[in-house]
Design a protein around this ligand. Structure first.
Ligand code: SAM
Length: 265
């Protein structure tokens, strides 16, 4: 589906649902990779219900040569190519020229492994924005003047390197949209889950009560809600201690309570 259709379809099929729409702008050299993910499941339903929309800008449209090049060799030598400043600045300026929300309700993010590592609480904070701009890199990354000059928040989705910012942009979009009121069937689903508290989620089971010799813990079949709640709390702590003890202690590079991207958040 052409990227422009993504916006057109939300307004055509769900014209006036009286909901606040969170606007995303994604700047990328690969706009064609996004549409499938935006069609399905929670993201598809939320978009069709008008909870959010997505506009794409192809950074190559701002290239200045016949080859539509947006990258060049790094000064000082070394492997790979680097995003040139001119097409990126001009693409960003074209997006900012038609604001979709006030400055205070806008979040501008550049995806880079050199950014602050994304956490669940950042997604919660971002879910109250009205306009989110996501700038995707590629190659060896951005000319440093793009990071300095645009003043965007630099965000990393984790301590590993992907080939481009498109998957990281989808990670943010997905994580934010599912927190929007009305996006998931039960609002509690997004309140009691891993990282919302400083623990991981507790183990979950469904039918049958026994499968290949593996039994569902008795307590979950007991109907005793107080016991079930205690069991879940204990199991959440056990899993967290086993796999992510840093969440309990606030150590291992985990950001401190007040260490947010922006002062005051
Ligand atoms: N040379 C860079 C480095 O070592 O940090 C890696 C560049 S990476 C191959 C190309 C682009 O993918 C980045 O500019 C960024 O947009 C995106 N990217 C890769 N890993 C990422 C991560 N963990 N978080 C956010 N963006 C990432």
């Amino acid at each position: 589906m052409p990227s422009s259709d993504i916006v057109a379809r939300s307004s055509r099929f769900f014209p006036d649902q009286n909901v606040m729409t969170l606007h995303f702008d994604i700047l990328t050299i690969f706009p064609a990779v996004f549409p499938g993910l935006l069609e399905e499941s929670i993201l598809g339903r939320a978009r069709r219900a008008g909870l959010y929309d997505v506009h794409f800008t192809d950074i190559r449209d701002f290239a200045r040569d016949a080859h539509r090049s947006v990258d060049d060799r790094p000064y000082g030598g070394g492997p790979g190519m680097v995003f040139k400043p001119e097409p990126v600045f001009e693409a960003v300026e074209s997006v900012l020229a038609t604001p979709r929300a006030s400055e205070e309700a806008t979040q501008k993010i550049i995806l880079t492994p050199q950014g602050r590592r994304l956490e669940q609480r950042d997604l919660r904070r971002l879910s109250s924005a009205e306009w989110i701009i996501l700038l995707c890199g590629h190659y060896e990354g951005f000319d440093e003047r793009i990071l300095e000059g645009l003043g965007f928040e630099a965000v990393s989705i984790g301590d590993y390197v992907l080939s481009g910012g498109e998957v990281p942009a989808m990670v943010l979009l997905d994580g934010i949209v599912r927190l929007l009121p009305g996006a998931v069937g039960h609002p509690e689903s997004t309140t009691y889950e891993s990282f919302e508290t400083r623990t991981l989620d507790f183990p979950q089971y469904t039918r049958p009560p026994e499968y290949r010799g593996m039994k569902v813990p008795e307590v979950l079949l007991s109907g005793n809600h107080a016991e079930i709640a205690r069991w879940r709390e204990r199991e959440a702590l056990r899993t967290t201690r086993e796999f992510r003890s840093d969440l309990l202690t606030g150590s291992e590079g985990s950001r401190g309570q007040d260490d947010s991207w922006e002062a005051g958040n």
